[in-house]
Design a protein around this ligand. Structure first.
Ligand code: F6P
Length: 372
């Protein structure tokens, strides 16, 4: 029997969301089912911005950044009475399955929407797809958008490294990631930065300044011909970037006796905040692939009767007992229980999971390597 599947994108957009929308729609339509697009995420669901998605609307969107369905951060969805309205809207439109693409907030909304304690025996099957440049969702190796964001950061760092080298300057480059340092850490390695500052390390302001000054002095000593220093700082580090710059310049002046600002301004640290630049742009080949594969598996999960699951991306391996199952449609994709995703994400963000503990100290042993 033909099913009706609705799809939405919610929270911060991520490059590759369109690939997931496209794949989900094309697989559903090819198998004889109906696809509805909900515009503007949960806000659009409450406002019933729901319309059929046809193949000719999605088949050319693979390379587009952002999301053709638009997005929102819907505070109303925190309240049970609005979720009740959302359930009623989906029922009214004859929806059998809902696919929600987004980050932690989106998956939390989906978990609440489908919570049997709240929804009773409401029959709509709910499947989540992780998409967030922050890579702060647990039980998936990567979320949609991370790879493109990392590439954007690395390209920006390469460009900044050119001018930093020309002037022998220090740059602090602030990157998005909310409370998660993943993007800063991976981009620091991939761009060959001199150092990385991320929230998981939980360094005090003094420690951050000391570490930066140590790196700058080391570069001056070991690389007199190329004194550039590139430090990548995650936005989740509590010390504001401008304040860090001031503190570093003041400490350097104190340690070296050089005045800041110097009569030659090259000595002063520069700050670049990449901000939302990191979230936009055409998705990388990998994000197109990831979005396509997760979108495909999500729709097949609905068709197979799955409910309250997130489609996750993991190398072929066996998950711990009871956490999830490998998708029969794709050995790199798993179906993991939504409440387990939220619990593990909470542990990750609170520094309680083994992965969070590893991330917190991952660079401890590497500081000397970065100084070479
Ligand atoms: O979650 C994605 C993200 O881009 C974070 O990195 C950032 O902290 C936040 O969203 C910014 O949100 P907004 O676009 O609503 O300002």
């Amino acid at each position: 029997m033909a099913k009706t599947i609705a799809i939405l994108t919610s929270g911060g957009d991520a490059p590759g969301m369109n690939a997931a929308v496209r794949a989900a729609t094309m697989v559903a339509l090819a198998k004889g089912h109906r696809m509805l697009g909900i515009r503007h995420g949960y806000r659009g669901l409450l406002d019933e911005k729901i319309a059929p998605l046809e193949a000719n609307r999605v088949n050319r969107i693979l390379r587009e950044g952002g999301t053709i369905l638009h997005s929102s951060r819907c505070k109303r969805f925190h309240h049970v009475e609005h979720r009740e309205r959302a359930r009623a809207a989906l029922t009214k439109h004859g929806v059998d399955g809902l696919v929600a693409i987004g980050g932690n907030g989106t998956l939390t909304g989906l978990t609440l929407l489908s919570d049997p304690a709240e929804a009773g025996d409401w029959p709509v099957q709910c499947i989540g797809i992780p998409a967030s440049i922050d890579n702060d969702i647990a039980l998936t190796g990567l979320a949609i958008g991370v790879d493109t964001a990392m590439n954007t950061i690395v390209e920006a760092c390469d460009r900044i490294a050119d001018t930093a080298t020309a002037h022998g300057r220090t740059f602090i480059i602030e990157v998005m990631g909310r409370d998660c340092g993943y993007l800063s850490m991976t981009a620091a390695i991939a761009s060959g930065a001199n150092m990385v500052l991320f929230p998981e390390a939980a360094r005090t302001e003094e420690e951050l300044v000391a570490s930066m000054v140590k790196t700058i002095l080391s570069v001056r000593e070991h690389h007199p011909e190329d004194q550039r220093v590139v430090a990548i700082k995650a936005e989740g580090v509590p010390t504001p970037t401008e304040r860090l710059k001031e503190l570093v310049d003041a400490k350097l002046a104190e340690v070296t006796g050089e005045e800041a600002p110097h009569e030659d301004d090259d000595i002063e640290t520069r700050v670049t905040v990449l901000g939302h630049v990191v979230r936009g742009g055409r998705p990388s080949a990998f994000d197109r692939l990831l979005g396509s594969r997760l979108g495909n598996v999500a729709v097949r999960a609905v068709l197979a009767g799955e409910h309250r699951k997130m489609v996750s991306w993991l190398p072929p391996m066996d998950l711990p007992e009871g956490v999830g199952t490998r998708s029969p449609a794709d050995p790199y994709c798993y179906l993991v229980d939504l409440p387990a995703v939220l619990a593990a994400t909470k542990a990750l963000l609170e520094g309680q999971s083994p992965l969070a503990r590893w991330r917190a100290t991952a660079f401890d042993d590497l500081e000397d390597v970065f100084l070479l």
